[in-house]
Design a protein around this ligand. Sequence first.
Ligand code: PEP
Length: 252
Amino acid sequence: MRQHLFAANWKMYKTPEESTSFIQTFKDLLPPATKAEAVLFPSTTSLPASVQAVSGTSIAIGAQTMHWLDAGAYTGETSPTMLLAVGCTHVLIGHSERRQYFNETDTTVNLKLKSALAHSLIPIVCVGEHLAEREAGRTSNVLELQVSIALEGIDPSTASPIVFAYEPVWAIGTGRTATPEIAEDAHKLIRRFIADTLGSDLAHTTRILYGGSVKPDNAGSLCCLEDVDGALVGGASLDPNSFADIVRNATC
Ligand code: PEP
């Protein structure tokens, strides 16, 4: 049984004060015995305040990216040991905005994934095709390449914490969502590619989230599918009521 996970990617929004205020409202909106996990991904400067604000709740805090090394001359970067030191438990890896604007590649995704596992950070690895790739019938090839390179050299005995997020690039921040059929087909493919690399047992237990313009009114139809195990939410996670509605409507 895979527990649903709902991840809020706040991108470059919210100061520490705004993050704390969100959490104070959101924690009272979550049903106390919810079966789903909620993880918030604030910007780097809001991580300590957010960790403090979720104390005593089941809500977890993660970083939107990290370097794979513990320390070094890498101006502007944050290391896994630094994330652990402020109380992060999760990290997003390979978000399409990181790939598009900051030269994240499948190879750096692989380095970051190995580092996250070595540091006991729960990684959410983002994959997904561009519109032109989908229209050219290349979705399966793109996903296979992204998943197989991400998992290259990963020891299956260490891989159980890995979470994937299927985020078709054409659906991120556009208001255009995948249909439930498109999402389910892509998730099945990703599960098959995980099986090719890590084996079918791990493929069966690995959670795969859907991301791309998830809102309270479409979350149920997108997340209550056989192979969809929750959502990675951008825009609609910035408001505590809207994110709580997504968790409520899509916990199935
Ligand atoms: C995201 O940032 O991962 C995302 C899915 O954004 P949005 O929900 O705004 O499409």
